[in-house]
Write a protein that binds this ligand. Structure first.
Ligand code: NAD
Length: 370
């Protein structure tokens, strides 16, 4: 490994940066955390002190012009992801953005192309690709251990908004409230679809049903209970382009703990089930069965696949993000192939759009470009 260090500047110094992104930079010996930027100066200062950043900024453009910043991390609210990422690309910086890059796939594809043309690398914050159990399943698919893949079942569900008194923060100001508002399929589905596509290949067609189960809720920034038709549960059927059959569920109102991701892959030779659900002090479990030995056995997740310094008792945001950050930094420093890029983010968004369309039009919808 080269001894070069990568200069990093992070934008958006609040909850998720503190829990997930910044511990990853602090733990990587080859990261030089140059700067932290937030429009709220006190937040930038507090995070810089906690994680050892050398400078603070309140203007993202000024931070991107800092010659020591080689990679920009965008950890701000959703509507700012695309403009800040485009500014970073224009400034010739590698860029990691929180998901989604944009709520439409077109601008996300454009940003991916722009980064390629500028010769900078991108990564989208698809946290669960960096789960050791999920990466093991990916390896078993690639080395043929599971054989031909027949079925992939994906779930991202937990009880985050089962209680209507917990303020919902996904509603953009001015959003029409006279028809169903896609929500869990957008927030959770973008992650889950990326995982299912990464493991199984391109989606061909989708059919779906979306529903609002809890009719009135507290919405962040508004007084009292609001009657609002938020989609809090979606089920979709998937025909993969290669013939694999898939099904997926996203839900904000399914009893269970965070993050609530479960992936089941069934092939001609074997099957694997990963549960990324914090339960009794363990972040995730992995089970495996073969055609000759059909009872699922626990597969120990061994130290060497965990990010250095973590255990399965490490809180999941830090566990997965330390891995994500480590992969991106090492991809840049060691000139490794890219994975989990803005292009993947745009593909995931395109599939979310197809699932929403399938529900509203009550039909199978082909996924563009599949
Ligand atoms: N990948 C995941 O699993 C996952 C999990 C949780 C949150 N997230 C995402 O992470 C992002 C951050 O989440 P959060 O809960 O910390 O959000 P937050 O709203 O609590 O904090 C965002 C911070 O960004 C700052 N900010 C806003 N606009 C800015 C701008 N233009 N320039 C500089 N600073 C700006 C705000 O002042 C604030 O401190 C969101 O997009 C969220 O959806 C992802």
């Amino acid at each position: 490994m080269s001894e070069k260090r990568l200069g990093v500047g992070l934008i958006g110094a609040h909850t998720w940066a503190e829990k997930a992104h910044l511990p990853g930079y602090a733990a990587h010996e080859q990261v030089d955390l140059v700067a932290i930027c937030d429009i709220d100066e006190s937040r930038a200062r507090a995070m810089a002190e906690k994680f050892g950043a050398r400078r603070i900024y309140t203007d993202p453009d000024k931070m991107m012009a800092d010659a020591e910043v080689e990679m920009v991390d965008v950890c701000t609210p959703t509507h700012t992801h695309l403009p800040l990422s485009l500014a970073a690309i224009d400034a010739g910086r590698h860029v990691l953005s929180e998901k989604p890059l944009h709520t439409l796939s077109g601008p996300a594809f454009d940003a991916a192309a722009k980064a390629d043309a500028r010769g900078v690398r991108t990564k989208l914050g698809f946290t669960f690709r960096y789960s050791p159990a999920i990466r093991q399943i990916k390896a078993w698919i690639e080395d043929g251990t599971l054989g031909e893949i027949y079925h992939i079942h994906g779930f991202e569900q937990n009880s985050q908004w089962l209680d209507p008194q917990v303020p919902l923060r996904q509603i953009a100001p001015g959003m029409p409230r006279d028809k169903l508002i896609p929500s869990s399929i957008v927030g959770y589905g973008s992650h889950l679809i990326d995982l299912m596509r990464w493991l199984g290949g391109e989606f061909g067609s989708v059919a779906s049903t979306m529903k609002n189960f809890v009719p009135s809720r507290v919405v962040r920034g508004e007084e009292g209970l609001q009657k609002i038709p938020v989609e809090d549960g979606t089920v979709a059927l998937v025909e993969y382009a290669n013939g694999t059959q898939g099904l997926l569920q996203t839900s904000y109102i399914a009893v269970g703990n965070y993050p609530g991701v479960e992936l089941r892959v069934y092939g001609s030779k074997g099957a694997a089930v990963a549960r990324l659900i914090s339960e009794f002090g363990t972040a995730e479990t992995l089970k495996f069965a073969t055609a000759d030995s059909v009872e699922f056995k626990d597969v120990p997740i061994i130290e060497k696949v965990l990010p250095p310094g973590t255990t399965l008792g490490t809180p999941w945001p830090e566990l997965y993000y330390r891995n994500l950050v480590r992969f991106f930094v090492d991809e840049i420093l060691e000139d490794r192939p890219q994975e989990c890029t803005f292009f993947d983010g745009a593909k995931s968004q395109e599939i979310v759009d197809a699932i929403v369309k399938a529900h509203f039009e009550r039909r199978w919808v082909d996924v563009a470009g599949s």
